[in-house]
Ligand binder design. Sequence first.
Ligand SMILES: [Zn+2]
Length: 380
Amino acid sequence: MSKVDSNFVLKVQDMFSTKSLFKQYVQAIAIRDNFQYVIVKSNKEVMILQCAIENCKWSLRASCCIHGDRSLWVLTRFDSEHTCLVDVPLSDYRQATFTVTKDLIKNKISLAGFELSTSKDIVHFIRAEHGLSISYQKAWRAHETALDDIRGSPDDSYKMLPRFAYILELNNPGYVVEYKVDVDGRFLYFFMALSASISGWQHCRPIISIDGTSLKNKYGAFCVVDFENDSSWTWFCNQLKRIIGGRNEVVIVSDRHKSICKAIEVVFPNILHCMYLVHLLRNLKLKYKRIMNTVFHACGKTFSIVDFEHKMRLLESSAFGIREKLESIGFAKWSRAYSPRRRYNIMTTSISESLNSAMLKATELPICSILKVLRMMLQR
Ligand SMILES: [Zn+2]
């Protein structure tokens, strides 16, 4: 037996691969049949349990047997009839441990979408499907543990990265997978490009959108590109350069983050680097509080220089000095009228922001799970 099913029947000679699995079965029975048990004896060879109500005949015994090179736990004795009043509702379900709750909800939880995502959902589910009451606290703990089981721990996940990268490349010819560790072997950066994305790129509009996202697990300091700093962005741009190939006329769009700008300047001196209007406006708002949003957007979007100048004068009337500020950034970086290359409609629709919101839930996961989710998303 390998998986706890709420409708199973235990019988003598049933075999279990581990002692803890056997215990899970018994705990599940205790929950389902609404009683508590006590451990009479438990060691490497044998486990004896009996009903917690004194003088009740319910009891069982499991023994460890050696079969060739592996051991099995076998149910050797089972008195399944309760002589106590098992129907009396118990106020505290001591045996309804979170381990059992966890196993009952585990296959209802997946990485991509959380069917049972709150303690309330779980309490309802356990009541509806298994007729049991559990506390919200127990539900919460079971949920956390079930998620940990599914994801693996954050520590393990970072240690798994090199192996993950190796297997990813081995099974997916054409993938570009790179990672960097520091002198102590601690993870610094990870880069992944799918082969379909790389070959598809040759036929796409030559625009690349760059943005940062933050990871929420406890290794905030060692994220895919750690804090948005100079060396991580330069490393990222160098990896990007490898897969972009020899396409001319490439336009890179990003926010105005200093490190991103610097890295792009160093790695791609001949590429046009543009900014999203929304990002630029958000920044300008810090200084020019009265700037008119609609006029600013119209100014950036117009293809005509005459119209641009007209809108610019309007902007200046509400935000003194804004022209000089925007000139210092460079008109070519944010306005279509002054852009030497086609910017399509990329400046107004932020691809990376929609990607960010799509993977918001995933950013709480350990690193390898994030990469798996990302890969699934890109392959859709
Ligand atoms: Zn009993």
